[in-house]
Design a protein around this ligand. Structure first.
Ligand code: CMC
Length: 427
């Protein structure tokens, strides 16, 4: 028998269906609530609102579980690679050898970016934040690929996906090259996706470039860990913009903008800036823990806490290990990292953080690896965006395939009631 939830408002009783998800997740279906009662629900920040049904990512914040299409993040990070995980997330199954080769080859057909895009890049000031530049360039792709705006069938959708996978990586690295004043590199179709990332970023025309396998492996893992995280702020943005049928590139561009904020993807940059500030101020972790706990001080310990994980972020555990491997391999001895360790140890024992379930999140450690690799702080969120791209694409695809309606939340109006208009001389 299907379950129901009953809402009682004075004498009115309304039965609402309970929808069952996988692994005992339940949701109250309120689609008919307004029609039956005239009421809407109010849930700022959507803390209790499921905006869609999704078969991509399962997350249990209390237990610290993260799975893509049923596979645990731990298994994927250890046994798979980024492109394979991208395929899994976007198309629903782990690819066969033939399928992954086909996907990689189809992406390679789109790794050349229109040369005219370079004049757009030249229009930005050198010190523009790379996330702003990336968001603009991604949207500009629409102008060079207008057919991608309205995908009418499966083939067009597949082409759009391969295009964004190929071009976004190149554009993301170009934001860095431009800021450095380096020539913009081209994708090398004989190399893998993640190796290309490293070459696009760091290869200079004046000297040979050798890829360090430990570094490549860490980047691959980081991209996998960031690949999807169900209905977070940027993903919800991609689905919302896409729900108006604005097109894939415009939707992804909006996702990049949403990711930029320091409470979301921008936190990895904020973590490093915070650590640098603590270092300049004498490196006293206790002082900053006290600031974070002081309700009259707006300071928050960046890289701690998570909207959904109220237990250790499973991604943080994997990244912490990768960070240790990279630092050992590169022989990095960085005072900033000592401060990070000190903060982490002290916060994990501190009553304030323990009581509120505030653990280090994925951004706390990712910034540490990026810094060790010589990736500048402003690029950290771009790294997150490259990793998150398959998730945004998969969520957009799912939303379009499920023929979801345009996103249009309601509100509770609390402004002035009707007022008669006053002429200017009467105000
Ligand atoms: N430092 C100090 N206190 C904190 C912190 C923090 N980083 N995070 C939460 N708190 C406190 C908060 O003040 C509140 O205390 P009280 O109950 O006494 O009022 C309590 O913990 C609950 O906080 P909240 O703001 O209601 O929690 P939330 O779930 O709405 O916010 C968060 C989650 C991630 C926005 C928040 O923890 C935060 O601002 N963290 C720092 C920024 C950060 O690292 N963001 C990256 C998130 S992971 C990457 C991603 O997926 O985008």
């Amino acid at each position: 028998m299907s379950k129901i939830a009953t809402v009682t408002i004075d004498d009115l009783k309304v039965d609402l269906p309970l929808i069952e998800g996988t692994d005992n997740e339940n949701a109250i279906d309120i689609e008919k609530l307004r029609a039956a009662t005239g009421l809407v629900t109010l849930d700022p920040g959507y803390k209790n609102t499921g905006a869609c049904k999704s078969a991509i990512t399962y997350l249990d914040g209390e237990k610290g579980i993260l799975r893509y299409r049923g596979y645990s993040i731990e298994d994927l990070a250890e046994k798979s690679n980024f492109l394979e995980v991208a395929y899994l997330i976007i198309f629903g199954e782990l690819p066969t050898k033939t399928q992954i080769e086909q996907f990689e080859n189809d992406i390679r057909k789109h790794t050349l970016v229109n040369e005219e895009m370079k004049s757009i890049i030249d229009g930005f000031p050198k010190h523009a934040h790379p996330m702003g530049v990336l968001s603009s360039l991604t949207c500009a792709l629409t102008a060079f690929n207008p057919s991608v705006v309205n995908v009418a069938n499966e083939k067009q959708m597949y082409d759009a996906i391969c295009k964004i996978m190929g071009k976004f990586l190149v554009l993301a690295t170009w934001t860095y090259r431009k800021a450095k004043g380096y020539p913009l590199n081209y994708y090398d179709n004989t190399k893998s996706y993640v190796e290309n990332f490293l070459r696009l970023m760091f290869q200079l025309p004046t000297e040979p470039y050798k890829v360090n396998p430990v570094v490549q492996n860490a980047i691959d893992k980081l991209f996998i860990l960031h690949a999807d995280h169900e209905q977070n702020c940027s993903t919800s943005t991609v689905r919302m913009v896409g729900s108006s049928h604005a097109g894939l590139f415009a939707s992804i561009s909006a996702g990049v903008s949403a990711l930029w904020g320091p409470l979301h993807g921008g936190a990895n940059q904020a973590v490093l800036e915070m650590l640098e500030e603590i270092q300049k101020d004498g490196g006293d972790a206790d002082k900053y823990l006290a600031k974070a706990k002081d309700k009259n001080d707006p300071f928050r310990l960046m890289g701690f806490g998570h909207r959904v994980y109220k237990n250790f972020d499973p991604r943080a555990r994997i990244i912490k290990k990768a960070a240790e491997e990279v630092l050992a391999d590169l022989g990095v001895n960085d005072p900033i990292l000592k401060i990070a360790k000190d903060l982490e140890e002290k916060a994990l024992k501190d009553e304030y953080f323990v009581a509120r379930n505030l653990y280090p999140n994925v951004d706390f450690y990712s910034g540490i690896i990026y810094r060790a690799l010589g990736i500048p702080t402003e690029m950290f969120t771009v790294m997150f965006a490259i990793g998150r791209l398959p998730g945004w694409v998969a969520q957009w695809k799912e939303m379009r395939e499920n023929k979801e309606p345009i996103g249009r939340p309601r509100q509770l109006y609390i402004g002035e009631s009707f007022r008669a208009f006053k002429e200017i001389n009467e105000r």
